[in-house]
Structures are given as C-alpha cells and as structure tokens.
Design a protein around this ligand. Sequence first.
Ligand code: BG6
Ligand code: MG
Length: 218
Amino acid sequence: MSKKGFIFDLDGVIVDTAKYHFLAWKALAKSIGIDFSVEQNEQLKGVSRVRSLEKILAWGNKTISNEQFTTLMQKKNDEYLSYISQMGESEVLPDVPRIINSIIKSKQGIALGSASKNARQILKKVSLLGVFDAIVDGNDVTKAKPDPEVFLKGAEALDIKPEHCIVFEDSVAGIQAANVANMISIGIGDKDVLHEADYIYKDFTELSPEFLETLIKR
Ligand code: BG6
Ligand code: MG
C-alpha cells in the first residue's frame, strides 16, 4: 500500500474565509458601481486575486487603467485582511482537526494547496501552520486554478505521485484542477455546485473514519 497525499484547499475548506472574500469583493465592486450575485461569487472561489477582479470588471463592462487595477486589488486585500486580523482558532471549520489528526496519525502526507497569498498568515492565526508537510500557496504558482499547478507542486513537495493524492476543495475551479491533475477530488460544500467532484460532502462532519481509511488503503 503506497502512502497517500492529502491536499487541502484553505479558504472555505479549513476556514470559512470564503465569506470574508465575498464581503470584501462585494464592497469593492460596489465602490465602482458594480453588483454581483451569490451565484456569480461561486466563480470567484478558488481563483486568483487578479482573475477575480478581471471577472468583476467584465460583469460590470468596465475597463480601467493598470494603476487603478493595482489600487483596487490593494483595497480589496486591505479590507480582507481587516477581517483576517480578527480570526482565531474557533474559525477552523467543524471536524477539520479530526481529519487532519487522523491523516497525521496514519502517517500519510498532508499538504496545503491554496491560491491565496495570505495563506500562511491565516494558518498562523488559527494555529495550523505547523501541521503541513508542505505548503503551496499563491506565492508559489504562476497559473491559477483550474490549472493543476498548485496541486501538482503539492504532490511533488510531498514526493507522492498525483494519482495517490486526494484533494479537498470547495470551489468549482479547484475541483477541476484536481481532476486535471489526476487526483481524487473531494468537494466540500453544495453537491449541485460541486458535481464534477469524485465525492461530495456538505462538510467534514459527514466524512467518516471508515471512508478516510478506504482512501488510505485504495
Ligand atoms: C482562494 C480564494 O483560496 O484564494 C479566492 O478562494 C481568492 O477567493 C484567492 O481570490 C486568492 O486569495 P488572496 O488571499 O491572495 O487574495
Ligand atoms: Mg476554497
């Protein structure tokens, strides 16, 4: 039985920061006269900061200068970081510690695969920075999800073949990235949104020890 690599997305999987991204983008968009829906927000999940702003501008049919683009990205991140600064361990999503502890106890690989450039800061806030064998985040990749780069780099850092890796993701882009990487994709969230995933759970409380064992032994 070969060792498996478990790769966790961060925002919306380990912590509920997806709601902070939403609030910060919503306020930013409003400041330039653009509104977008909860459904459209699904398209922002998992994708890079640059790509998110490009999408919002396209929704509002707006073109801006490079300088304005940089300013708006900064503004969004400042607002986002003001939410992050308030975070604590209680914001780790239900049963995430249980799953992480089982993976570590059974001596499998564990990595973070996030698009966020704020990943380490957030992990530190919730005291989870030390649990990963490898961390690949928005500072390490050039191509955003749905490109598989972030997960392939995670597998490489763990020294585990992609086909022996399992990805936990809350975004459509992330599920697509895991599928292209030839990894097992596990959607955490709404089954109608994440239907491209190999398995879907509402949250980690639904993920049984038996299922985890099956993933390790497969
Ligand atoms: C992803 C989020 O994890 O990170 C996206 O789902 C976000 O919403 C992306 O845009 C980049 O994050 P950050 O923190 O670098 O702006
Ligand atoms: Mg996410």
